[in-house]
Write a protein that binds this ligand. Structure first.
Ligand SMILES: [Zn+2]
Length: 270
C-alpha cells in the first residue's frame, strides 16, 4: 500500500489491488474516511493511521458508491457516522454487492477480523447540491449515477477537494454498469465543478489524484471521447479502435472485458 500526504489535512492510501484509493481528510476537529479498502493488512494500516489522527474528534465514514471494492472495509470502522447517497440506501442490488465481497474473500482465502455487511447509512444524501458541514469545512454533494446506480460526488469546498468515486480515473476509461445517459450527466456535473475554478484536488477511485485543472479537463475530455467513440461504433456498426485504446491504458486483458461489457450494455440502451 502506498500512502501519500497531499496536504497537511489530506492523506491518500492506494491499495495494491486495482490501485483503489482510500481518502482521509483530517483536520483539527474531524476526520472523514472514504472507501477504506481492500486487503486486511491494508485496512489495518488505514485503521492505525485513523486512530493516530482522530483522538477526540468527530469521525465520519463515507462511501462514494456501493461497488464491493469500496464497501469491503466498512465493519473495521465501527462508531463512525456514515454518509452515502439515498440511492446507496435504497439500492436494489445491495445483497449482490455484499455477496460479491464475500465471494471475493472466499476466492482468495482472505481472512478478516470483522464481518462483511452492507453499510448502514446514518446520513443519506438525497438532494442535488446538498450541503453539510463537517467540523469547520463546508461540503456539497451531488448525485453521480452512471458508473453504478448510487454514486455520490463529494466536494469539500473549504479545501477545494473533489472526491469523484469511480469517475475521471487516469488509469481506466469509463466503466458503465448502470446507464450511459446518467454517466454523461455525471460527467457534466463534474465539468461544471471543475469549471467553477474551486477544485484544487480531484481524487478518483482508481489511480492518481489530479492537482492541476488542465489535467482534470483532460480527463473529462477523454471520458467523453471514449463514450462518443463507443456510441459511434455501436450505432454505425463499425469497429472500435481498440489498438488506440490500449496504447492509452495499461491492462489490456481485463480492460478488454470491461470494454466488451460497456458495448453490450450500450447496445441495450441505445
Ligand atoms: Zn471501484
Amino acid at each position: 500500500m502506498e500512502t501519500r500526504q497531499l496536504t497537511p489535512t489530506l492523506t491518500l492510501f492506494e491499495s495494491q489491488l486495482f490501485r483503489t484509493v482510500t481518502t482521509c481528510i483530517h483536520t483539527n476537529d474531524y476526520l472523514l474516511l472514504v472507501d477504506p479498502n481492500w486487503l486486511p493488512d491494508e485496512v489495518e494500516e488505514i485503521a492505525a493511521f485513523v486512530r493516530s489522527k482522530s483522538l477526540h474528534k468527530e469521525r465520519f465514514l463515507l462511501f462514494t458508491h456501493s461497488d464491493y471494492d469500496h464497501i469491503i472495509g466498512y465493519r473495521r470502522f465501527p462508531g463512525f457516522t456514515t454518509i452515502a447517497s439515498q440511492n446507496f440506501v435504497d439500492n436494489p442490488r445491495a445483497a449482490q454487492q455484499l455477496q460479491q465481497a464475500r465471494d471475493w474473500d472466499d476466492e482468495y482465502y482472505i481472512r478478516r477480523k470483522y464481518p462483511l455487511t452492507y453499510p448502514v447509512i446514518h446520513r443519506p444524501i438525497a438532494g442535488e447540491g446538498e450541503k453539510m458541514q463537517l467540523g469547520q469545512d463546508d461540503y456539497l454533494f451531488y448525485q453521480a449515477p452512471g458508473h453504478n446506480y448510487d454514486g455520490l460526488l463529494t466536494f469539500n469546498r473549504s479545501q477545494g477537494i473533489l472526491i469523484a468515486g469511480d469517475y475521471l480515473s487516469n488509469i481506466e476509461f469509463p466503466y458503465v454498469y448502470h446507464s450511459f445517459a446518467a454517466y454523461r450527466k455525471t460527467l457534466a456535473t463534474l465539468k461544471g465543478l471543475v469549471a467553477s475554478g474551486e477544485v484544487r484536488i480531484l481524487i478518483t477511485g482508481h489511480g492518481d489524484a489530479a492537482t492541476d485543472v488542465a489535467e482534470m479537463e483532460l480527463r473529462i475530455r477523454e471520458s467523453v471521447a471514449y463514450l462518443d467513440q463507443l456510441e459511434e461504433a455501436v450505432r454505425q456498426g463499425t469497429d472500435f479502435d481498440l489498438e488506440a485504446l490500449f496504447k492509452r491504458y495499461d491492462f489490456p486483458g481485463i480492460m478488454q472485458k470491461f470494454h466488451a461489457k460497456n458495448e453490450a450494455l450500450l447496445r441495450q440502451q441505445l
